[in-house]
Design a protein around this ligand. Sequence first.
Ligand SMILES: [Zn+2]
Length: 172
Amino acid sequence: MIYVADTSVFITGYIPDGCEEVFTVEKVLEEVKDKFSKLNYISSSVRVYSPDAKYIEETKTEAKSTGDISRISSTDLKLLSLALELKEENSEVKILTDDYSIQNVAQRMSIEYEGIQQPEIDEKFKWIERCEGCKREFEAGLYEKCPVCGSDLTDRLFEQNKISDLKEDVDS
Ligand SMILES: [Zn+2]
């Protein structure tokens, strides 16, 4: 399953199980960087793509018909257009968003969607901070600078399942 991620995905770090690829639009990464200037993404895990104008026009038409056009931002519109383009290319795609208007337009275009901030959240990744100097890793939000060498820390997504895999190996 390919996911098209809105801003909240990058803030929560929530990536669902069965996710093969994450797509987003340039604007989303810009928005996130404005909010968290320190944030540094593993660029290889997220594909940034600009949807074709044809799909943007089609999405606008659909958003007008549902009455959501005045409620969605140009970034939201591009996310929807991107999802539509991927779907037209026969990709199995889902939009990850909690935004009701995005969900509404997605439904109209027969694009699957999924909310993010659900209580049963199954986090595959969590944020950690890695020291740029000694490369030690710390739980996010604990330190301003590396407590060992004093270098700057960079936020990174860390695969939580690597920890549980290790534990299972030890048990068996
Ligand atoms: Zn350090």
